[in-house]
Design a protein. Structure first.
Length: 317
């Protein structure tokens, strides 16, 4: 005798499928976890903001960490006054869009005040002067934490850095004496005169940054995409010609289609030849290269094998 299945019409509907976390979700969660610790435990944190892609992502993350309110941290720009005009315009527009106050620590004013001495030799950069200007701003504004977009994959010295790092009363960093961060536990305690450096993008790669920019719809300066620009070939790099980077005797000015992989002082930041004019094209270009953005385009990183580590020990970010 056969059986007949009966239904009551009261079956429990199946739960909707939940999309699994992606690697970007996990990186974002890690960054927000660190930002929440710093923003809740520190009295006067600040965001270091250059207008570059990494600081743009950190600005977006700080905004998320503060939700549903607005970010209650100022942005500090250590300004060499040798910047790309497009980046300064972007800086001002981005901070206004996120309702973040801008504080500027001027290298020019520090030179005039005698805090630092400028190297007036041809081709010299003001980048080396930023450490003293940054530490002066930390003392002047009373910052006890600085949040920035440095990543471990950028450079060997930065690969040694913890996500939350203590700077001593003179602003120095000792790579041999850092706090353990087992199981993503962060210790934001610091003594009088000390301050913290916070690196929420430590475990991100250049590709991760661009994937997140695409996913979140984060605006970036136009010079990250292909454009025409007068350049000269200098030390194997393409240096944009401008008021602070005139051609040296014997250098030929070329009109080239280029873009910038990183943003910094015009005097030490080079472009690459590129036709990538959209985020997918930029990501395809990154996928095919084996050189980091700093290694390919930052002339100040080529001065010495240990130059970045020495600058960090002296207070550089």
């Amino acid at each position: 005798m056969g059986t007949t299945e009966q239904t009551t019409g009261t079956e429990t509907p199946s739960a909707p499928a939940i999309a699994p976390f992606t690697d970007l979700d996990l990186l974002e969660a890690e960054a927000l976890h660190l930002l929440h610790a710093v923003m809740s435990e520190c009295e006067r944190p600040a965001l270091l903001f250059s207008g570059g892609k990494d600081s743009a992502v950190v600005l977006h993350l700080v905004s998320k960490a503060a939700w549903p309110g607005e970010p209650q941290v100022p942005a500090l720009h250590v300004d060499t006054e040798h910047n790309f005009p497009e980046v300064i315009a972007y800086r001002d527009a981005a901070l206004a869009r996120y309702h973040v106050e801008l504080l500027v620590a001027s290298v020019s004013e520090a030179i005039e005040a005698g805090l630092v001495v400028e190297d007036a030799s041809p081709g010299a950069s003001r980048n080396a002067l930023q450490s003293a200007v940054l530490l002066d701003a930390v003392a002047r504004y009373g910052f006890d934490a600085l949040v920035g977009g440095a990543r471990r994959d950028e450079e060997k010295a930065r690969a040694k850095e913890r996500m939350l790092s203590v700077r001593d009363s003179s602003g120095g960093w000792n790579p041999r004496h850092q706090r353990p961060e087992l199981w993503d536990l962060h210790n934001p305690l610091h003594g009088p005169g000390e301050h913290l450096r916070c690196f929420p993008l430590s475990n991100w790669t250049e590709m991760d940054v661009w994937r997140y920019v695409e996913r979140e719809g984060i605006e970036l300066p136009s010079i990250y995409f292909a454009h025409r620009r007068p350049v000269v070939r200098r030390a194997g790099m393409l240096v944009g010609v401008g008021p602070h980077t005139p051609p040296a005797p014997g250098e030929e000015v070329l009109e080239a289609t280029v873009r910038y992989r990183t943003v910094g002082d015009m005097t030490c930041t080079a472009a690459i030849e590129s036709a990538a004019s959209s985020i997918p094209e930029v990501m395809a270009e990154i996928a095919s290269t084996r050189t980091s953005e700093r290694g390919a385009t930052r002339m100040d990183d080529r001065g010495s094998r240990w130059s970045m580590e020495d600058r960090k020990k002296a207070g550089y970010f």
